[in-house]
Design a binder for this molecule. Sequence first.
Ligand code: FES
Length: 261
Amino acid sequence: MTSSHPVPVRAIVLYGRASFDQGQNVKALAAALADLHAARGETVTMRTAHADLCGPALPAVLAELERAGVTEALVIPSMVPADPSLSAWLPGALSHWAGTQGAGMTVRLAPPVESALDLPAALDRIAAGPAERLADVRETDPSLGKPGWSAIPEHGRQVFVCVGARCLHRGADALYQRLREAMKGHRALNAGPRRVMCARTSCLYPCNRGPLLVVQPDAVWYGDLTPERIDRIVHDHLLTGCPSKEDVLHRNPPPEETAMG
Ligand code: FES
């Protein structure tokens, strides 16, 4: 039995962030873009994929489109600000997917949407461009990464900043930006053996003490963060290696003290 709703040949995949999207909602963008197509009497299959935290990831979305009979998918990176690392990685990764999956579907990668007051209109302009000017991703050498990405960068510490729901509610995002800003002016924290690598994480559990962060490998937890406390953490702990006692929420004992036997 044939379907009364023929599957469109072309599909658009908006590739956005699951979080940290500065208020963008990739699903809402996809709906707005579909409306613009509908207003012109055009039908398009629209999907969204996430670049971080949670799926669906691009390979799963593309595989589903191929199974549905789509013959050409246009992937539009839809995060503002654009992630510059994507242009170095995504073409090869999509080519790798197409090669290893034996995909018959043509996959084209659009340039990322730039910051715009009217994001749906900006996406529409990208989507409306002639698809043929964008090469099939198979024309790029397949690669899941870049050579330099196999090495762990030289560093001395890692800082994990919780941006789970409760910490975010208490201002974690602005505090994370404050941390990055405070570190910027200190060369030693950005390269070499004392480099500090920062990452945002989901809930670390003591939510009532949020916003909070953990400095590793020192196993030092800081809670009830404020901009002033962030500045002290950068100066006292990250730069001079001496966490100020009044700021420390918890410090794990060294592993040898907790080892069994
Ligand atoms: S949300 Fe940050 S510790 Fe739970």
